[in-house]
Ligand binder design. Sequence first.
Ligand code: ADP
Length: 218
Amino acid sequence: MKKTFAVVGLGRFGGSICRELSREGMEVLALDLDENKVNEYREIVSHAVMADSTDELVLKELGFRNIDHVIVAIGDNIQASMLTTLILKEMGIRMITVKAQNDYHEKILNKIGADQVVHPERDMGKRIAHHIISDNILDYIELSDDHSVVEVKAGRKMSGKTLIDLDIRAQYGCNIVAIKRGKDVIVSPMATEQVNASDILIVIGADKDVNRFEKNLV
Ligand code: ADP
C-alpha cells in the first residue's frame, strides 16, 4: 500500500514539500487556513482543503487518522503549530514531522511527541555558511552536533594518489564514502581508487577530523 501524506500549512516550506511529494507520485492532502493558498495547490496535490488544523473535529472529519505521515509546516504561529502537533499525536498519527521556529519551539515539540523536528532555515544557513567559508566545501550536512557529511573538491594535493596512499581513515579519522567524477558516482570506493583533481569527495566524520582533513589535504 502506498504511503499517504498530509501537509499542514502551505507557506514556502510546506508548499515545497507538497510539490516534491506530488512530483514523486505520492498521495498528499494539503491543508491551510488561507483560501488563496489552497487554490494554488488544488491542481498540484490529491486534495487541498481550507481548514484550521487546531480544530480537532475538522481533522477527524478529514480522515487524518488514516494518514501515515503528517508534516506540520506552520511558520510564525507557534501556538497553532504546537496545538496541531498535540492533536495529531493524540489521534495516534504514526509519523509527525514539524518545522520549528526556534530552539524553545523544538524542545516543546519533542516533549509533545513530534517524531521529527526540522529547522530548514537554520540548517540551510549552516550549509551555506560552510560553503562560503571554504571554496572547497560544496555542501555540508550535519549528522549530529559534532558529526557531518561534507562534499569537497579533491584538488591538486590529492591528484593521482590512491585512497591507500592518502591513508585518510588512519590519518584523519574520516571516511570517503563516495567519489563524484563527472556524471558518475563511485559509491564505497576501493582503497586502490585513484583520486583526480576534479573529483568531488563525499567525506563523513567528526567535525574536527573533517576540518583537519580539509585543511591539510584539500
Ligand atoms: P514559511 O515560512 O514556510 O513560508 P509561513 O509562516 O509563511 O511559512 O506559512 C505558514 C502557512 O500556515 C500559512 O499559509 C498559514 O496560512 C498556514 N497556517 C497557519 N496557521 C494555520 C492553522 N491553524 N491551520 C492551517 N493552516 C495554518
